[in-house]
Structure formats: C-alpha cells, structure tokens
Design a protein around this ligand. Structure first.
Ligand SMILES: [Zn+2]
Length: 94
C-alpha cells in the first residue's frame, strides 16, 4: 500500500487551504479574480485572521479609483449570492 504525501515548501503555510506564503498574520485563499465590465477587477477570497473566524472578502478594484474591500460573514455572503442568483434569473428572462 502506498501513501501519497504532499511536499510542503519551506515558506508554505501550515494550513492546507491557505495560499499565502512566508510570514503572514492572515490566512487567505484566492478563489477568483475576474475582470468585469468597465474594467473593474473583482476578487473573492476566504480570509481567516489568526484567531478570528473565517470570512468572505470581496475586493473591488476599479480601473480609475481606489480599491474597496467588503468583508462578509458567511450568512451575509449567502444573502448576496441569493440576490445575485435572483438578479441573474431576472436578466435571463428580460
Ligand atoms: Zn496561512
């Protein structure tokens, strides 16, 4: 029987889901980065500060304005997802 082991690079985080490398206080997984209409970059990450519960981080990076970060607890993120899905269904029917 063979067992697969993931090789851990020296600066990788101990948390398997975390994409951050090196010394960091906030664990983060980058889920999507999307260039939306009008050149606005949208990022969605899962973030976990050292001792705080995990949250969803929505980052908006307009082409000609400062970036904005919206932090959502999971229930808030679910509400946004439901609203987005409802909006998508409506736009598909129009
Ligand atoms: Zn980490």
């Amino acid at each position: 029987m063979t067992t697969k082991h993931r090789l851990k690079l020296p600066d990788e985080c101990d948390l398997k889901w975390c994409n951050e490398a090196g010394d960091h206080q906030v664990h983060r997984q980058y889920l999507i980065s999307l260039l939306a209409q009008q050149g606005c970059m949208i990022g969605v990450n899962v973030v976990q500060p050292d001792i705080a519960p995990s949250v969803v981080e929505l980052t908006l990076m307009p082409r000609r304005a400062a970036s904005r970060v919206v932090v959502l607890v999971p229930n808030e993120a679910r509400t946004v997802v439901r609203a987005l899905n409802a909006a998508i269904r409506l736009t598909d029917r129009l």
